[in-house]
Design a protein around this ligand. Structure first.
Ligand SMILES: Cc1cc2nc3c(=O)[nH]c(=O)nc-3n(C[C@H](O)[C@H](O)[C@H](O)COP(=O)(O)O)c2cc1C
Length: 199
């Protein structure tokens, strides 16, 4: 649908919608899962190299949902290559990227990259205790199991229970995304952080 058609039908211009959403700064994650060869064809459809079962996609539509029980959500476009992998595996990992991982973000987003997406972007990884691929360089990992898959427009909202979480002990800073560009934290890292104290 063109931007003009979208505005006529919904009252919202697609470009203005993207521009507005782009003002909301986010972190960047790689959502990863293993495809299995149980005959449903999920693995075969992926453009990955033989023997490579880990697959991933760059995602910033990620949010915490509930502390008790621990729930998070991600929104995945139904056309995304990882969509059938999550639908089949029901388990996935959220890998929060550090500020040095821009190349991984590009590769897992299918953007022009010197890294091979078909070989999991050459990203060092290992299996987590709950059977999801964890990126060695992530600043935090969450292993998750799908509780609800809600159709929402052209995306699926996956509400998932967190099975395990690990955060980098080195206090590395995150990669940020704002108005379609990557950013790094600078001033915040050198000034006092004020806010509600941790309980
Ligand atoms: C910073 C960034 C954030 C993204 N966030 C999402 C997201 O939350 N959900 C989504 O479905 N796609 C998101 N994308 C797009 C996908 O990563 C990318 O288009 C997709 O991997 C390409 O489709 P493919 O996996 O079918 O090759 C994002 C891309 C970038 C660069």
């Amino acid at each position: 649908m063109s931007a003009e058609q979208a505005r006529a039908e919904t009252g919202v211009d697609t470009r203005e919608f993207r521009d507005g959403l782009g003002r909301f700064a986010t972190g960047v994650t790689i959502v990863t899962a293993y495809c299995d060869d149980d005959g449903d064809g999920t693995c075969e459809q992926l453009p990955h190299e033989p023997g490579q079962h880990a697959w991933g996609t760059t995602v910033n539509a990620f949010s915490s949902v509930s502390l008790d029980p621990p729930l998070v959500l991600i929104c995945i476009g139904r056309e995304r290559s990882i969509h059938p992998v999550i639908a089949s595996a029901r388990r996935f990992a959220i890998n929060v990227l550090g500020e040095d991982s821009q190349a991984l973000s590009d590769c897992f987003a299918g953007a022009p990259s010197s890294l091979p997406r078909s070989a999991f972007c050459n990203a060092a990884h290992h299996p987590g205790e709950h059977g999801t691929p964890l990126l060695d360089d992530a600043i935090a990992h969450l292993e998750c199991e799908v509780e609800q898959a809600v159709d929402a427009g052209d995306h699926t909202v996956y509400v998932a229970r967190v099975l395990s979480v690990a955060a980098d002990a080195d206090d590395r800073l995150p990669l940020l995304y704002f108005r379609g560009r990557y950013l790094r934290i600078e001033r915040a890292a050198t000034s006092d952080l004020r806010g509600k104290p941790d309980m």
